[in-house]
Design a protein around this ligand. Structure first.
Ligand code: DON
Length: 561
């Protein structure tokens, strides 16, 4: 009898335990801690300060965005744009705030062509003509008004204080400023704000931005009108036009944040939620994962895995070039491109022994920079934010508009200036991403959530065209059971269809593997520098534990508390 009881009791207990575990999850179990990972310690600290004051993850996101705009002028700013992927714990609602820049209404498809119809690349990179209409200020207001608990004044306070008092130059700043020195020197207000007597400031020098502090104050006090209408708008338009740009007051007054439904899909029992168009990130990641799923990626040998992964990347970036653009202007076939059957079809076209050559060889140069920025936030209620923000190239267009402290983006370079002509990241595009007044330029920024039975991850990174494959490699690390430290530090490789090469960090692939892949027809381009600056947070739902990691390539800080 006892034996019978015992053998009966064991499964009963396990059933009870299992039920308790699951019901806790179903009842919306809360994380034991909050976590923030961002590319700068001051931003991470400001976010935690807001959480301590009773703000939620969305409030913290406003503070972190604003501080990054002050302390990482080479990466993001009020003059730039971005995507904020949100998850609200109370009802599971998910959305993507699209604060991407728009082309000024006077922009047209031939904006960067000379009289012979050739692209003049520098025109979409340096100077005011390269700048789209900024989305960050509108997104800060939208996020606060629709999702936050605290006032915009409270949330912008840390950024205002740092802009006024100054932040210390570090080696990272010096590297970025050295890279963009000529264009910063060419514009008086930029040199005034970011250089010291016309040269890169020494480490420890304080960068004070009183005009930017005033602009933040105007935004805090007057909301959207503080930036997009009235005196500041007039100053922005005058300054941009004086520097050769084409902005009008109407461009600013017309700017709107758009909420978009994130891209979702599954891979190996994980649910992926990622950026929607005008980002290409979510779609490309799902196309690749659907191909991998079809080919049983985890069961393949190492050379086969790398081969299949590269072939999947190649195909996703080919589709990016052909189909993707601003969904308000072009019909993006989202359903098709993210459907498992479409991935299966692409998988069938992959020769498991040979590389498929991309159609032609473009010898594009591509930056190895780490400008643009990402942060990940989880609060104690389980609200989440993954946000990737940009002004594009380091220090954007290099132009500070006098009297505003606003550094202009050069995001217009993300449009396809001419069919098949690569942009600064070597990306090609066509009609779907052609320049048009009021249109948003296609992006690679890929803020992402990943959930499996046990964990919820929040991740993303800067890195131009390589953002998508970095996030992908992070997801694959998670699928293999590794934690956030592994995702952010893993050596990286990348293929983007054109140029037809595997770009890689020096230690990403072994000599033996490179030999095997070369034999299959792949070409390699080892990169001089490491790339990316991933920020990740993970919450283990079964234990409640929270972990966070900041890419060792950058100077960021991940902190739980
Ligand atoms: O939106 C995009 O795809 C680019 N403007 C991002 C630029 C970037 O990540 C630069 N970092 N190296």
């Amino acid at each position: 009898m006892t034996r019978v009881m015992r053998s009966f009791k064991a499964p009963l207990w396990s059933l009870i335990i299992l039920f308790c575990c699951y019901s806790q999850v179903w009842a919306g179990q809360k994380p034991a801690q909050a976590a923030i990972a961002s590319a700068h310690p001051l931003a991470t600290q400001a976010g935690h300060e807001i959480l301590r004051k009773g703000g939620n993850a969305f409030d913290a996101a406003v503070a972190v965005t604003a501080v990054l705009a002050v302390v990482e002028p080479y990466s993001s700013g009020l003059g730039g744009g971005g995507f904020w992927l949100l998850h609200r714990a109370s009802d599971g609602f998910q959305t993507m705030l699209d604060g991407r820049e728009r082309a000024p209404l006077a922009a047209h498809r031939d904006l960067y062509l000379d009289e012979q119809g050739e692209v003049v690349a520098q025109k979409s990179i340096d100077g005011a003509l390269a700048a789209g209409i900024p989305g960050v200020p509108a997104a800060l207001v939208h996020l606060t008004e629709n999702y936050g608990k605290l006032s915009l004044t409270e949330l912008l306070q840390p950024a205002m204080a740092i802009a006024a008092k100054g932040f210390a130059v570090d080696e990272y700043y010096r590297r970025m400023a050295s890279w963009r020195l000529p264009v910063l020197q060419a514009h008086e207000a930029s040199a005034q704000q970011f250089l010291l007597q016309g040269e890169v400031p020494p480490a420890g020098h304080l960068i004070k931005q009183p005009d930017l502090a005033d602009t933040l104050k105007a935004l805090a006090e007057r909301g959207i009108d503080g930036f997009y209408r009235g005196e500041l708008a007039q100053r922005l338009v005058d300054g941009v036009r004086a520097a050769g740009g084409i902005w009008t007051l109407q461009d600013l007054a017309d700017y709107r944040v758009v909420e978009r439904r994130p891209i979702t899909g599954h891979y190996q029992g994980m649910r992926i939620t990622s950026a929607a168009p005008p980002s290409s990130g979510g779609i490309a990641i799902l196309t690749i994962l659907n191909i991998l799923q079809e080919l049983n990626y985890p069961d393949l040998s190492e050379p086969q895995r790398t081969h299949v992964l590269v072939e999947a990347m190649r195909r996703a970036y080919r589709d990016r070039a052909e189909y993707l653009g601003d969904p308000d202007f072009v019909q993006v076939p989202v359903e098709k491109l993210t459907h498992p059957l479409y991935g299966a079809g692409l998988a069938r076209g992959i020769d498991l022994q040979r590389a498929t050559p991309s159609q032609s060889q473009h010898q594009a140069t591509s930056t190895e920079g780490q400008d643009t920025t990402h942060f990940s936030i989880l609060d104690r209620q389980g609200n989440r934010v993954a946000a990737t923000l940009s002004i594009n190239y380091p220090f954007g267009a290099g132009v500070v508009v006098p009297g505003t402290g606003v550094l202009l983006n050069d995001e217009m370079d993300d449009f396809s200036a001419s069919p098949g002509v690569p942009n600064v990241y070597g990306l090609v595009g066509g009609e779907a991403n052609a320049i048009e007044g009021g249109k948003r330029m296609l992006s690679s920024m890929t803020p992402t959530f990943v959930e499996d039975a046990q964990r919820i991850a929040i991740l993303g990174t800067p890195g131009g065209s390589r953002i998508i494959t970095m996030v992908l490699l992070g997801i694959l690390e998670m699928a293999e059971g590794r934690g956030p430290q592994a995702w952010v530090s893993r050596p990286r490789f990348h293929h983007q269809y054109l140029p037809d090469v595997i770009q890689m960090e020096a230690d990403a692939l072994s000599e033996t593997l490179i030999g095997q892949l070369t034999g299959m027809g792949h070409n390699f381009k080892p990169l001089k520098n490491r790339y990316g600056n991933m920020q990740a947070v993970v919450w283990d739902k079964s234990s409640g534990q929270v972990d966070a990691a900041s890419d060792p390539r950058g100077v960021g800080m991940a902190k739980t508390e």
